[in-house]
Design a protein around this ligand. Structure first.
Ligand code: NAD
Length: 265
């Protein structure tokens, strides 16, 4: 079949590992992958939430606690997926934080900068490294990462976070060129603002004391595209495309999912 694969089962028989999968984009993607035939290992630093999410997603979801800033944890998560399923087809390095960095760089404690880099950049590098040690002998695999529109255009009060996401886009392009000879594709997705615990915490910095529902609406109202807002499912759909054979010749790409927002800047 040389056409687009049918909608059901686009990841039939595939094994995926997703970091930051207890919540938000990672959880929505895990659910999407499972409904398309994959078995998914969910890795997250939040153990209780991760276990509950895996339970909610059913028997094709398994949870392993993992702090992506700890290389041994990432290595263990890859080995866990391997011990359960004997292979790894998709590695989605999605975990990331913003860490309440202060709006002004003058107030920046560089320890916070290091913390964000350790998770958002070092964690992604560790994920690519340990997925590659499985995928290179397999001679196949699809590696995904979550970057951000702030990695494409910067953003107000985003000095630390933006640097980390520029780095993710850079790693993806470098790794795509290194790993192509093994049949491994490497891509990232740059989402626009979506109300998740991550972005709601971020908004709280600017509007302290505002209730969650109001913050969610404020995030949705940032959308430039009339009649549509950015939701976790939009990122899960992008991840499904990039992970699947529909994107078999797409590598080194940053898929911006922003309803045209970056085109205005
Ligand atoms: P979220 O808060 O819903 O989910 C993030 C998950 O990552 C959480 O479950 C959290 O426990 C986990 N996590 C945090 N630190 C970790 C660590 N050290 N090791 C393992 N897991 C860890 O947020 P989300 O919006 O789904 O964020 C997912 C990714 O999307 C992040 O990389 C974020 O930078 C990126 N992103 C989010 C938005 C947005 O507006 N929500 C926009 C652009 C990019």
């Amino acid at each position: 079949n040389r056409g687009l694969s049918s909608h059901a089962g686009r990841l039939e028989g595939k094994i995926a590992l997703i970091t930051g999968a207890a919540s938000g984009i990672g959880k929505a993607t895990a659910s999407k992958f499972i409904s398309n035939g994959a078995k998914v290992v969910l890795a997250d630093v939040e153990e209780e939430l991760g276990q509950a999410t895996a339970k909610q997603l059913g028997p094709n979801a398994t949870f392993i606690p993992c702090d992506v800033s700890n290389e041994a944890n990432v290595s263990d998560a890859v080995d866990f997926a391997l011990s359960l399923h004997r292979r790894l087809d998709i590695m989605y390095n999605n975990a990331g934080i913003a860490c309440n960095t202060p709006p002004s760089i003058l107030d920046l404690d560089l320890a916070i900068f290091d913390k964000v880099m350790n998770i958002n950049v070092r964690g992604v590098v560790a994920g690519i490294k340990h997925a590659s040690r499985v995928m290179i002998p397999q001679q196949s695999g699809s590696i995904l990462c979550t970057a951000s529109v702030t990695g494409v255009m910067g953003g107000l009060a985003q000095h630390t976070y933006s640097v980390s996401k520029v780095a993710v886009i850079g790693i993806v392009k470098s790794m795509a060129s290194e790993l192509c000879k093994y049949g491994i594709r490497v891509n990232c997705i740059s989402p626009f603002a979506i109300p998740t615990p991550f972005s709601i915490n971020e908004m709280c910095r600017f509007f302290p004391g505002t209730e969650k529902e109001k913050l969610e609406k404020m995030i949705f109202d940032l959308s430039a595209l009339e009649g549509a807002v950015c939701e976790t499912n939009d990122i899960a759909n992008a991840a499904l495309y990039l992970a699947s054979d529909d994107a078999k010749y797409v590598s080194g790409h940053n898929l911006v999912v922003d309803g045209s927002f970056t085109c205005f800047k």
